[in-house]
Ligand binder design. Structure first.
Ligand code: PMP
Length: 375
């Protein structure tokens, strides 16, 4: 059987990983500033993470949600403490798309409305509602097409007000920092506007924090920079540091009922052990403050460099927009300098490293990109 291979893969096989580095099968070391697309939050193969997961695997790896799983309560408690959302509720699932899918369903159960506001260049996942709210026609199959999603321009408060005049809005779904769309940071004023319109119209504010959340922006949720409280936060990626887990954090005003949301693997013992280990390391090693400090350092230094069109982002979610003729720099970084980065459009380099990135790692990258821009 052949793989149904839909991914444009680099011709590299990773066989070892530690901290912010990975190694290929030939022993070549790479600096990882991509983190498997914002997934590696505490660094690869962190000893505490490996220990907690291994120990859990030796006890019980899976038993269904038909019994009590105390690890879920422990996770909810710690997540409440670290995120500052102690009065919210937690529902566990397995991926970012699934988290958004459930958030949108819950919103519609809550107020009975159907219209969803999403934004141009958004990415919310590849399942039916999540993909319908994603601004990328290439991944929306005919069966996913729906009139229920209204795409508004990014940061257009007037268009937002007009859309709300219909009085049919179920939810607004927004990434506090658009990731796939090119690292676009939503302004506090725009997020506050969404909050007040949702309040006035009984609509649900969904903060898609799958990529920009979990401490990456220098605060637990990027929406925290605007001082707004969302009704639902969706999470995945960094939550399990590579173990598949997603979740939604739900305002106390929502009431759960049996059968409303559910999934076989959601909140399984191993996923919870992984997520607990991640939060323990984030707290013990002060990784959110580190993301802010190293992110600020990187952005300040990048802004001094020539030729770069724009540096955007917050914390360790950084976009470097290059002129189109310099789009090849990303490849040079990988093949010449052995540094993995991500991309959004061919000319935007995306940095989504582990939150434990050090100044030395940042300097290694700065030296490499300086050299490429000098050529
Ligand atoms: N939301 C955002 C903002 C994302 O960046 C992604 C993944 N790139 C998703 C949702 C979907 O997550 P998953 O791939 O885990 O389904």
């Amino acid at each position: 059987m052949q793989l149904f291979n839909v991914y444009p893969v680099n011709d590299i096989t990773i066989t070892k990983a530690e901290g912010s580095y990975v190694w290929d099968d030939k022993g070549q070391q790479y600096l990882d500033l991509y983190g498997g697309h914002a997934v590696i939050s505490i660094g690869h193969t962190h000893p505490h993470y490996v220990k907690r997961l291994t120990e859990q695997l030796g006890k019980v790896g899976f038993y269904s949600n038909s019994v009590h799983i105390p690890l879920q309560q422990q996770l909810a408690k710690l997540l409440g403490q670290v995120s500052g959302k102690e009065d919210y509720q937690l529902f566990l699932c397995n991926s970012g798309a699934e988290a958004n899918e459930n958030a949108l369903k819950l919103a519609s159960f809550h107020n009975g409305n159907k219209k969803i506001i999403a934004f141009k260049k958004s990415f919310h996942g590849r399942t039916s509602l999540a993909v319908a709210a994603t601004d990328n026609p290439a991944i929306v199959a005919p069966v996913n097409e729906t009139d229920n999603v209204i795409f508004l321009p990014w940061e257009d408060p007037v268009a937002l007000e007009v859309a709300f005049q219909t009085n049919e809005i179920c939810a607004v779904i927004i990434e506090g920092i658009q990731g796939v769309g090119g690292i676009n940071v939503a302004s506090p004023a725009f997020l506050q506007k969404i909050r007040s319109l949702c309040d006035a119209h009984n609509a649900v504010y969904i903060a898609d924090s799958v990529q920009c959340g979990y401490g990456r922006s220098g605060k637990f949720f990027s929406h925290d920079h605007a001082g707004v409280q969302a009704d639902i936060y969706t999470m995945a990626k960094g939550m399990g540091n590579g173990f598949p887990i997603g979740g939604i954090i739900i305002s106390p005003k929502f009431k759960a009922s049996y059968g409303m949301l559910g999934t076989t693997f959601g909140g399984n013992h191993l996923a919870c052990a992984a997520a607990l280990a991640v939060l323990e390391v984030i707290s013990q090693e002060n990784l959110i403050a580190n993301a802010e400090a190293i992110g600020n350092y990187l952005m300040t230094e990048l802004k001094k460099l020539p030729k770069i069109k724009e540096v955007r982002g917050r914390g360790l979610m950084i976009g470097i927009e290059l002129p189109a003729e310099l789009a090849h720099v990303k490849k040079e970084l990988l093949f010449k300098h052995k540094i993995f980065t991500g991309e959004a459009k061919p000319n935007v380099i995306r940095l989504l490293p582990s939150l434990a990135l050090t100044k030395e790692h940042a300097d290694q990258f700065l030296t490499a990109i300086k050299q490429e821009l000098a050529n």
